[in-house]
Structures are given as C-alpha cells and as structure tokens.
Ligand binder design. Sequence first.
Ligand SMILES: Cc1ncc(C[n+]2csc(CCOP(=O)(O)OP(=O)(O)O)c2C)c(N)n1
Ligand SMILES: [Mg+2]
Length: 362
Amino acid sequence: MTTQQIDASLVPYQLLNEEGQLVGPMPDLGPSPSETLLGFYRAMSQARIFSNKIIALQRQGRATTFGSLLGQEATAVGLAVPLQPQDWLATSYREIASHIVKGVPLTTLIYSFRGFTPTYPRETHCFPIQIVIGTQMLHAVGLAMGAKLSGDPAVAVGVCGDGATSEGDFNEALNFAGVFQAPVILVVQNNGWAISVPRHRQSAAPSFAARGLGFGIPSHLVDGNDILAVYDVMLQAVERARSGAGPTLIETLTYRIGAHTTADDPTRYRDAQEVASWQGKDPITRLRRLLFAQEILTEAQDQEMQRELEDEINQAASEALAMPPNAPDAFFDWMGEGLSPRLQAQREDLLHYMRQRQDGRE
Ligand SMILES: Cc1ncc(C[n+]2csc(CCOP(=O)(O)OP(=O)(O)O)c2C)c(N)n1
Ligand SMILES: [Mg+2]
C-alpha cells in the first residue's frame, strides 16, 4: 500500500493483526528481513523490561516518577527505526524506546531517571524527554526548518500524546510545518488517555489524523500496536520529508496499559474491561506470533533473548546507580552552544542560591 492510499479515515492502517497474521504486504525490511523483524522484537522487549525496571527502582526510592511504556512499544520503536543518524528526534516521556533505537545509552537514560541532568550524546540528535506537554512539536518543526534552510539532508520528528493536541503549541507546529513545508514528521501517540482525561474530551474530530488535513498536511491513522504498519508509514513519511515533499502527520492508535506515571492510580477513573480488551492487542505478543509462525524465533531462543535483555538492563542500572550526581547547575551545559546573557544570569542566580543554602546549613 502506498502513502497515497493510506488516509486519515477511521480505519487504522494495519499490516499485522491482533492474532499476529499478516493482513497486507510486508514492508521494505532491508537486505535481511528476518534480522530486521528480530530487531523490532528485541527493541520492543527491551523497552518493556526497561519500563518495569525503572518502576521497580522508583518503588525502592532509587528513581524519580516514571511514565509506564507498557503497551506502547510498537509505536516508539517503529517510528525510530527509519531514522538516520543525522535526523532529529524530539519526544515526550512515553518514547524512551525511540531514544534507545536512536543510540542513547541505557546507563544515560537510567541516570536521568535518578533525577540528574540527562547527558545525551550529541551525535544521537535526540533531545531528552519533554515533560512540558506539546512544546517538542515546535522544537521538531524548528529543527526541520533549520535543516531545510541550511541545506542539510536531515529530517525531524516530533512525538506527542493525544492530550497534547489540545495545546496551542501543537496547532502552531502543524500550521507552521504546513505553510513552510518543513521536512518534519509529527506523530500523535494516541493512547486513549491524558492522565484521567479520556480521548473524547480532547477533540470532536473523528481522529487526530483528520485534523492534519485542515492544516494542509497529508495525514495517516495507523494501528499503533502494529509495528509493521507504524514502520511502513513512517518509512514513507521520512522519504517524503527528505525528498523535499514536506510534512506528514501520523496518528498511532494505541493504549496506555499501565498507570499514567508511578504517581497515578488509574483504577480510580477507568474501566478494567477497557484495559483487558487492549491487553488482547498487545504489540509484542503480536510480533512474537508472527516470528514463531515464520520460524524466525523459537521458544528457547526467545527465553534466551529475554534473559540477555534483563542482564543488560540490570548491568546498566548498576552502573547508573553507582555514578556520582552531576552538579545541579549542570543542565545549563546541555542547553545549547554557549549561554545567552539571560541564561548565564539564571545560572549565577542558581549558584548563588545554592551557596546561601550551604552557608545556612553550616
Ligand atoms: C504544559 C503542561 N500542562 C500540564 C502538564 C501536566 N501533565 C503531565 S502529563 C499530562 C497528560 C498528557 O497526556 P497525553 O498528551 O495524552 O500524553 P500521555 O501521558 O498519555 O502519553 C499532563 C496534563 C504538563 N506536564 N505540561
Ligand atoms: Mg495520552
């Protein structure tokens, strides 16, 4: 199926159904399709183990508040795989798996969830998670425009949630991207909820993808629990942007299986049956079924892979927990190439405040 045939209607584009059966042509998986599929499966499994690990660390008082990734692994991995090293990624807190695919080390991520300045390697072209809802969509459009104006072949990707679409920033980002034909892909990860606010409170539009059309942006509604569909649509959108054909909006329809964050209790506002019905659409189970049916993976190999991933994450956690805290003003060093006079003054204010507190204790 080509981009033109995929539309923003109410039927999400799907290639791998809930039973793990192919219902459309396999997308272009490169020279070793089996390896690529195993890579998808590995990255999604890793994201789930990572999420469970940080939640466990938070419960032990060793990590900060954390938003569960459970159930949303296909979107996060599928959107990141088609990106090249020079491409920019600006996401919310729900796309840690995209950051891992983009090359951010596990130790750096875990360290940041201890509450310290995230020291993402510059060459990953990946911004640390954005907590201020929706702003990263503007950042992505700005990065894309910067690339376009300087003749750099990079594209940019901005990812936000369904709740973020009600922010002015989201609408400004779409409008600017459409008018100036920014080489950007804007992804709405629609997981049904914005903390306790259900999706129908965000927009009366039939889909978030449908809203893109009003901005003159080609838009697609995709099954967000189907990694093949997310990857396929993203691959085409990245090629479009890189060829100078402009922006794309993608809505990935998924579901937040876990709590909003470790500070939330979703049993107070949502129906257990709704959660159970989405558990039956699990993105990892779906791909596992396909891999087993195509004899790309066996039960024993799967268990071995899961063990290796657990070991890798436990090892990274031990390293991250042993790292000394960076200075509270370190985040100024990661804001950009040098500091503006205003930011420099803010840094000095912070240092002054910290000295005063220190003096007060002595
Ligand atoms: C500008 C702003 N307003 C409010 C909040 C508080 N807040 C944190 S998460 C959240 C809900 C976001 O929902 P959604 O965009 O659907 O993302 P999800 O958490 O479901 O991935 C809100 C309102 C915030 N972080 N930033
Ligand atoms: Mg949401």
